[in-house]
Design a protein around this ligand. Structure first.
Ligand code: TYD
Length: 200
C-alpha cells in the first residue's frame, strides 16, 4: 500500500506521516513499513534536496530536476518496497509538483502529467491532504526554504491546487480541514480511521 501526505508548508504533514508510520509499524511490524519523503528519499535525491530548496532556478529546470529525483526514488526505493508487500508512506509526492510548480508557478498541468509518464507510479492508494489556513501554515513554517519566502498569493494558489486535486480524485484523496481547531492527536485519529477502513 502506498500512502502519501500533501499540503502547504506548515500543515503538519511531517508530524502526521511520522505518527502514522509509528502506528502502522506497531501493528504490521517495524520492517514492513517505510517512511520516506520528497524531494529526497534516495542518497542522490537527498543531496540535491538541499541545493534545490535553497537556490532559485528556472521553473522548468526545477520541474525536470524534481521528476528526475522522483524517478530515482520510485525506481530504487518505493517500487521495490511495494513489491515486497511493504507499506510505503511518503511525505509529499506528485501532487506537490502539481500544486507548487503547476498551480503556484504556472507550469502547464498537462505538461507536468505528461512528464510523469516516465515515473512508473502515478497514483498512490491513499493521499492525505492537510488543508491548513495559509497564514497559520506560513507562520508555522518560518522561511526555512525558498518556497516559504514566496508571497502569500503564491501559497493561496498552491492551496487551491491541493483543494482541486482533492475534489477531482475523492476516491484517492482524503482532505483534512479545520486543522487549527484540532490538535495533532485528533488529526492522527482521523487519519488512522481512514486507513483502517481502507485496509479492510
Ligand atoms: P517539505 O519537506 O515539506 O519542507 P520542510 O520539511 O523543509 O518544511 O518540502 C520542501 C519544499 O519543497 C516545500 O516548500 C514544497 C516544495 N516542493 C515542490 O515545490 N515541488 C515538489 O514536487 C515537492 C515534492 C516539494
Amino acid at each position: 500500500m502506498f500512502i502519501t501526505f500533501e499540503g502547504i508548508d506548515g500543515s503538519g504533514k511531517t508530524t502526521q506521516s511520522e505518527l502514522l508510520a509509528n502506528y502502522l509499524k506497531q501493528i504490521r511490524g517495524e520492517n514492513n513499513v517505510i517512511l520516506t519523503r520528497e524531494p529526497g528519499g534516495t542518497n542522490f535525491a537527498e543531496k540535491i534536496r538541499g541545493i534545490l530548496l535553497k537556490n532559485s532556478i528556472d521553473p522548468i529546470s526545477e520541474l525536470l530536476l524534481l521528476i528526475s529525483m522522483r524517478y530515482e526514488h520510485v525506481k530504487k526505493v518505493i517500487l521495490p518496497a511495494l513489491k515486497e508487500g511493504k507499506i510505503v508512506i511518503c511525505d509529499r509526492f506528485i501532487d506537490s509538483t502539481i500544486a507548487y510548480q503547476g498551480y503556484g508557478l504556472g507550469i502547464d498541468l498537462e505538461l507536468i502529467q505528461d512528464l510523469h509518464k516516465l515515473v512508473k507510479i502515478k497514483r498512490p492508494n491513499v493521499t492525505f491532504i492537510l488543508d491548513i489556513d495559509v497564514q497559520i501554515g506560513l507562520n508555522r513554517a518560518k522561511d526555512k526554504n525558498k518556497y516559504e519566502k514566496m508571497n502569500t498569493s503564491f501559497y493561496y494558489k498552491v492551496q487551491k491546487g491541493f483543494q482541486e486535486i482533492a475534489i477531482k480524485e475523492p476516491d484517492r484523496c482524503s482532505i483534512i480541514t479545520e486543522i487549527k481547531a484540532k490538535d495533532n492527536n485528533q488529526v492522527h485519529v482521523e487519519i488512522i480511521n481512514k486507513i483502517t477502513s481502507t485496509m479492510q
